[in-house]
Design a protein around this ligand. Sequence first.
Ligand code: 8Y4
Length: 312
Amino acid sequence: MGNSPMDGPPESRTNRSDASRSAPALVLATRHGMIDMSRRTVVMGIVNVTPDSFSDGGRYLDPARAVAHGEEMAREGADIIDIGGESTRPGARPVSAEEEMERVLPVIHRLRGKVSIPISIDTMKAAVARAALDEGADLVNDISALRFDPAMAPLVAAEKVPVALMHMQGTPQTMQQDPFYEDVVEEVKAFLQSRIQFALEAGVDRERIIVDPGIGFGKNVDHNLALLRGLSALTALGRPVLVGTSRKTFIGKLLESGPEERLEGSLAAAVAAVLAGANVIRVHDVKEAARAVRIADALRFGAPEPMGARRA
Ligand code: 8Y4
């Protein structure tokens, strides 16, 4: 039961670039197939179904438009679509599980019939997650890292779906008031380590856990930059690392730009995250991010082999 490359299937014995050789297999098992993150970065496209979404002004509250947006993202190269119905903007009003379900369930239901890629439900509430999984969602993105709803960990364990555990200091209402850390990278790492342990004790399989530093969640500009710079400390947890920088406030501050003018900064930050070891990037602009990440992946893993050169 060692970690020798010879333990794995023949595929894992083939020569790989130094970057990926002898790394643990970063493969997530979902109901819509395996997601292999050991040779390329996974792009998660964001579909907000909130009337007050800070970054797209609620343009996709209408379920039909949200579904069309998700379909477009799948065409543009998204590997996962993340659907959320509660705004986590600082100071945003919390919504009831009923309201959240009214927003997201019709979108998940209709999108499930139209795209074959995995769908992620962005929620902290077990009732919402359960209903979303029943409608065909594949993965739970819980920004509270299983702390908000005591029913969430047992649900994820029983359903055997992947779960993203994200760091946040404080609550969405108060997190940006005065974020403080002695050592942000070490503190985020220790938090994620303890949430992995909590998930394992609830019966979640290690192979289904994703970790996330929670860029912008109780962090100032320097904290966010330190986390991107120090991301390799999180890859040492041995689980896929998800990073969301898209259109966030720290990009706006560095560029002195509003949410609609943050594309280049968001792409630069995503590329930096990939080169520092991120395995999943959560983005609004899928087409652009997929193209930027292709270059970062070539730098990280080597250029992909042409189809004709592949064995078997
Ligand atoms: C200012 C700027 C205030 C941006 C809020 C925001 C992440 C996430 C979000 C993330 C994971 C957002 C749901 C989007 N960010 N989930 N969710 N990781 N796993 N908020 O970074 O941009 S909310």
